[in-house]
Design a protein around this ligand. Structure first.
Ligand SMILES: Cc1ncc(COP(=O)(O)O)c(C=O)c1O
Length: 461
């Protein structure tokens, strides 16, 4: 009989798949373990093939805002399956999806469905280049926008020159068109625009960064990006693959969802051109980008993503315009059904975001308090991260053996945290840089249990 446990499956997988996985972080290398192979999931629980059950805070890396296998989403998917899996032709549900997206995220006047967040951001960048006739883009260190060539790039030695690929196989020439500056660094952005503003097609940013742990935009940062991009005729792209429908029904474009400026938006000298004044921000309104990318939640657990924005920009896309972008499975009927069911459930429940926030805040506050200043816990809406910076850990008397040893790196501390949680039935992402996601299916009891397990990590001698 073929053995069905995680170790046996991983051994087989490694022989036939790179690292034994279909996406690198799943390999769990950073925490010194083998991956759990999952057999099923329901609500806030995930079960591995070895029969262990965990409270799940990965939620498939973000899509699972309603928890696993929500009955209404499953019903929509099963019904769609009965009608055939894919046609490669338009369907009513795709129209409904584009209309619902425009209703929920009004800046997405016209949108296009694709199958992954990577595709959505890659396509939005191409549209920005086609619309502006410019080649360069500006992105931020630590933000992840999928694995398309021009976005797998980090800063080189100088601010304006020498960006370097972060992956083998990405031509250096591609990297030259992507300028990378630190997140929240207004001065660096200002400098890049002063030198290269006329060549910049787009600034692409996670409005709340969630791929280097969770990092909030400094008050005024997004407002500054909006103002300076308007000044230079550069498009502002919000990558809301994580924040979309997570920070609120309109993602980071939900009023009040992102920390606001205290009233001092950094001043831009010179006149602001007449590009769509409706996009200019005031202190009472969220920052509105020209283009937005959505993924994860919009697919309701199936492979769907969307990019869209101002009509005049999106009309550049074929067949209306000359920017080519296509997909055999784009707007797939099953994925669209899952996404629509998810969005409708979110829309129909006026309290859902308050509930999600309250549960996540409780978890974040418990960990913050229990760790007595030895962690950095960042939380916004139902998104949070826990990190173990070395300098913080060293400044406090330690009880935990791992935290006590000053030679232990933040990575090692995180690995100990991860292994403690996993061995007590709590499943989080196996990397310091990935967020924790709370779903509507997380029960108060499971949040309480997680708080207990988390607190016990800091108490062990
Ligand atoms: C902000 C952001 N953009 C884009 C992507 C890429 O999405 P996908 O993995 O669906 O290609 C991710 C994936 O985690 C993401 O977090």
């Amino acid at each position: 009989m073929v053995e069905l446990n995680s170790q046996a499956l991983f051994d087989r997988a490694k022989r036939v798949m790179p690292g034994g996985v279909n996406s690198p972080v799943r390999a769990c290398t950073a925490v010194g373990r083998i991956p759990r192979f999952i057999s099923r999931a329901d609500g806030d629980r995930i079960v591995d093939v070895d029969g262990n059950e965990y409270i799940d805070y990965v939620c498939s890396w973000g899509p699972g805002i309603l928890g696993h296998a929500h009955p209404k989403v499953l019903e929509a998917v099963k019904k769609a399956c009965d009608e055939g899996l894919t046609y490669g032709a338009p369907t009513a549900r795709e129209v409904e999806m584009a209309e619902l997206i425009r209703e929920l995220v009004p800046s997405m006047e016209v949108s296009r469905m694709v199958s992954s967040g990577t595709e959505a951001v890659m396509s939005a960048v191409r549209v920005a280049r086609g619309f502006t006739g410019r080649d360069d883009i500006l992105k931020f260190e630590g933000c992840y926008h999928g694995h398309s060539d021009g976005l797998l790039v980090k800063a080189g030695s100088g601010l304006l020159t020498g960006s370097v690929p972060t992956s083998a196989g990405v031509p250096e020439d591609y990297a030259q068109h992507t300028i990378v500056v630190p997140y929240n660094d207004i001065e660096a952005v200002r400098q890049v625009f002063a030198e290269r503003g006329q060549t910049l097609a787009a600034v692409v940013v996670e409005p709340v960064a969630a791929n280097m742990g969770v990092v909030l935009p400094k008050p005024g940062f997004l407002e500054f990006l909006r103002e300076i991009t308007l000044k230079y005729g550069t498009l502002l792209i919000f990558d809301e693959v994580i924040t979309g429908f997570r920070l609120g029904l309109s993602g980071a474009q939900t009023p009040g969802s992102v920390p606001k400026t205290s009233g001092s938006v950094p001043k831009i000298s010179g006149s602001v051109p007449k590009t769509s004044t409706s996009l200019k921000c005031s202190n009472n309104s969220p920052v509105i980008p020209d283009l937005t990318t959505l993924g994860k939640i919009v697919g309701g657990g199936m492979p769907a993503a969307v990019y869209g924005g101002r009509e005049e920009i999106m009309r550049q896309v074929a067949p209306d315009g000359k920017v080519y972008q296509a997909g055999t499975l784009s707007g797939n009927p099953i994925a669209t059904a899952a996404g629509l069911a998810t969005l409708k459930l979110l829309k129909s429940d006026p309290d859902i975001y308050a509930r999600l926030e309250a549960k996540t805040r409780r978890l974040a506050e418990t960990i913050r308090t229990a760790s007595k200043g030895r962690t950095v816990v960042t939380q916004i809406a139902s998104l949070m991260s826990v990190d173990f910076p070395q300098d913080l850990a060293l400044s406090k008397p330690q009880t935990n053996q791992i935290l006590k040893n000053s030679s232990h790196s933040p990575d090692l501390r995180f690995a100990a945290w991860y292994n403690h949680l996993l061995s007590h039935g709590v499943y989080v992402a196996p990397s310091r840089f990935e967020a924790m996601f709370v779903s509507d299916a997380h029960t108060d009891e499971d949040i309480a249990r997680t708080c207990e397990v988390a607190a016990s990590f800091f108490a062990v001698g």
